[in-house]
Design a binder for this molecule. Structure first.
Ligand code: KG4
Ligand code: ZN
Length: 344
């Protein structure tokens, strides 16, 4: 089966073609094309929804064409078109959904809606579908979500924890903005934090707190951490000189909370595998930390491949294999019948 995936939930216009062999649990990624708008939004310090939607209009069809070309396929060979239906920026989502609907109508292809977070959850399956053992604990850390999900099987999944306020990626982005470092904050804080580590100098500054690390549930909270950093910067006249160390401390706090809570959940539910996905899972310290802890605890670790951590359409195509069709609200068949009768 050949699937064309389309993703436009935020500021990436993305299309992907995958070839699926369900019986062997194998996926071949024929193309994974991403057109990022980061440079455009950087000057505003974050994504501007209206600008993002307009850029999708310009970029999406060329991106889809490129993905077909890279896969060396004509659209007639595609069996199914799948598209992100939410959550995300509504005007961005609409662009992707309308494009997918139009292609489905014009080329008479099946159409399926996919949840964006499911895309992240299933991104480690792209390379490792048949190796993942259940039960598994999945941590998704993106710009909008921080979720712990217990996977009893490929399709039987249950959310057991989430952030009660800011998501981990949001915490990175807001802290970077506070320190005047630009957007997106995760990679910038990570690079500066790593530069402090690479210098191998001793910490001068006190650690930052770990909110909800010992709470009796699997929820997270990051907005207090961001406020703690703000108060520390306000008290420190030399904070600009110490900025790399503050980035290191901030990253250290987020990483420790994410790893320890995931491990606690993994132990409680006696899982065999840990899955980590979402934009923040590109973080080097987080990847190293999870690698070390899973070796120590004898758990199989499946980190999303780096190219599938931030938003992409391959993960959307992958998730469509395991998930129900999500809310493409108008009944497509009815709409098609109406359009046809309108043109008679
Ligand atoms: O999954 P994603 O591309 O988009 C959402 O669905 O939100 O995640 C984007 C988030 C941003 O908050 C960004 O700062 C963060 O992922 N991020 C990182 C790194 N790369 C991206 N956070 C920490 N370290 C990184 N290396
Ligand atoms: Zn995402």
């Amino acid at each position: 089966m050949i699937i064309l995936g389309i993703e436009t939930s935020c500021d990436e216009s993305a299309a992907s073609i995958i070839k699926v062999n369900k019986k062997n649990k194998e996926v071949q990624v024929l193309s994974n094309i991403i057109s990022s708008q980061i440079e455009i939004h950087q000057k505003y310090g974050g994504v501007v929804p209206e600008v993002a939607a307009r850029e999708h209009v310009f970029n999406l069809l060329p991106v889809i064409n490129k993905s077909l070309k890279k896969a060396n396929l004509n659209i007639s060979k595609v069996d199914e078109i799948v598209v992100t239906t939410g959550p995300g920026l509504i005007t961005s989502l609409i662009t992707g959904v309308q494009t997918a609907k139009t292609l489905s109508y014009a080329f008479n292809k099946k159409l399926k809606g996919v949840d964006h977070i499911s895309g992240h959850i299933y991104s480690p399956f792209i390379d490792n579908w048949k190796n993942i053992k259940f039960p598994a604990m999945s941590l998704t850390v993106s710009g909008g979500h921080t979720n712990l999900v217990l996977m009893l099987s490929e399709t039987k999944i249950k959310k057991i924890g989430k952030s009660l306020d800011d998501a981990a990626g949001e915490a990175y982005d807001k802290a970077a903005k506070m320190m005047g470092l630009g957007y997106p904050g995760g990679p910038i804080i990570s690079t500066l934090g790593q530069s402090f580590l690479d210098l191998s100098i001793e910490n001068k500054l006190e650690k930052l707190p770990r909110p909800m690390l010992h709470s009796p549930n699997f929820n997270f909270s990051f907005s207090g951490l961001k406020t703690s950093l703000l108060y520390r910067l306000q008290k420190d006249k030399n904070w600009k000189k110490n900025i790399a160390e503050y980035c290191y401390l901030y990253q250290e706090a987020i990483t420790e909370i994410l790893i320890k809570k995931t491990l606690k959940a993994a132990k409680k539910y006696q899982v065999k595998s840990i899955l980590v996905s979402g934009g923040v899972s590109a973080n080097k310290q987080l990847r190293q930390g999870f690698t070390a802890i899973s070796q120590k605890e004898n758990l199989k670790l499946f980190l999303s491949d780096l190219q599938y951590t931030t938003d992409n359409a391959t993960m959307i195509a992958m998730a469509s294999i395991f998930t129900e069709n999500t809310n493409i609200k108008d009944n497509w068949k009815k709409l098609k019948a109406k359009t046809e009768s309108d043109f008679k």
